[in-house]
Design a protein around this ligand. Structure first.
Ligand code: HEM
Ligand code: HEM
Length: 266
């Protein structure tokens, strides 16, 4: 296979030198390193993940704005709310079929690993403190928390009713008592989302300013730098084919359309 300019394939002895374990199913030849400007950079986030992330940020901002404004803005609230339902569904599916670092199986870790990682947070780059290329074990928790809490928020919204401008498509089916419970849950849960966002941004700033690891840049470019092999295994994998992305988006759009229009009940 031809090398891209400025990119060289990691050598087997380099992997041995840094004691980088190679997970099953990952071909060493798919490990590429950009050696331009003397810095080793690695593709970590595929573009669908980056697109998902920044669309989610915009959509959540829009939902808080429209939800708090009320009035005519609620029509937009409904549309953006369905979009977020779609985004979450997309991320769940992409967590199974997406590229290496997008897959849950490659970053979700058990409590033991999470605690072991937490203990190393105040240390410098000791070998006992492997830097994770993808989400670290704690970051993985926040990904799952976001998916669950935002997903639940969208579902509560489907049953919520503000008695004026917007009634979720399933609100009338569950009766007014249950619907007002879902409306309450929708309000309380929105505060939980705000708390998670605050924690998320604080954690990211901790990495940027204290650990000198610019995660934000990586969420834009998709690449992380890893000087001298300080990272865990370099599993830079090619993005998934476009057709897979299109199939997943078509599937998600169909599901959300059916949910919003109650086609499942027809
Ligand atoms: C509405 C606000 C936000 C939400 C709901 C949110 C949600 C998320 C989610 C779900 C992920 C996991 C990405 C994935 O694997 O799919 C993530 C990762 C990330 N987010 Fe956000 N985010 C928000 C705001 C921000 C902001 C404002 C920044 C930048 C200042 C940011 C920077 C990042 C970075 C750098 C990562 C990757 C962390 C890592 O390297 O492990 N996020 N975010
Ligand atoms: C995950 C996506 C969503 C977020 C983050 C969100 C957020 C919010 C927020 C912050 C409010 C204002 C709550 C308050 O008064 O303090 C609100 C209200 C509302 N939302 Fe959503 N929402 C989402 C999805 C949805 C969906 C999909 C629907 C229905 C189609 C919906 C229906 C409503 C209704 C009916 C209200 C008014 C309830 C009330 O009177 O408090 N939301 N939402």
């Amino acid at each position: 296979m031809e090398n891209e300019p400025g990119v060289e394939h990691a050598k087997h002895d380099e992997v041995a030198k840094y004691n980088l374990a190679k997970p099953d199913g990952v071909e060493l030849d798919s490990v590429t390193r950009d050696v331009t400007a003397g810095e080793v950079t690695t593709r970590v986030w595929d573009w669908p993940i980056r697109l998902f992330h920044w669309l989610l940020v915009l959509a959540i901002a829009g939902l808080f704005f429209t939800g708090k404004q009320g009035g005519n803005w609620m029509q937009w609230h409904e549309y953006i709310g369905y979009s977020v339902l779609g985004l979450i569904l997309f991320r769940v599916i992409w967590g199974v079929v997406g590229s290496y670092h997008a897959k849950f199986i490659n970053f979700v870790r058990g409590p033991k690993t999470v605690f072991a990682y937490m203990k190393t947070l105040n240390k410098k780059d000791a070998p006992s403190n492997p830097k994770y290329l993808g989400h670290n074990p704690m970051g993985a928790l926040s990904v799952i928390a976001f998916l669950v809490v935002i997903g639940a928020q969208a579902i509560f919204g489907l049953f919520a009713d503000d008695d004026i401008m917007l009634r979720g498509p399933y609100a009338s089916m569950v009766g007014s008592e249950l619907s007002s419970l879902f409306t309450q849950l929708h309000q309380w849960n929105s505060n939980l989302i705000l708390a998670l966002i605050g924690l998320h941004i604080a954690a990211i700033l901790f990495y940027v300013f204290i650990k000198k690891d610019n995660l934000i840049k990586a969420m834009f470019t998709g690449k992380k730098s890893s000087i001298g092999g300080r990272f865990e295994p370099n599993m830079s994998e090619k993005s998934r084919p476009y057709w897979l992305f299109i199939i997943v988006v078509a599937l998600v759009t169909t599901i959300v359309y059916a949910v919003a229009n109650k086609l499942f009940l027809a």
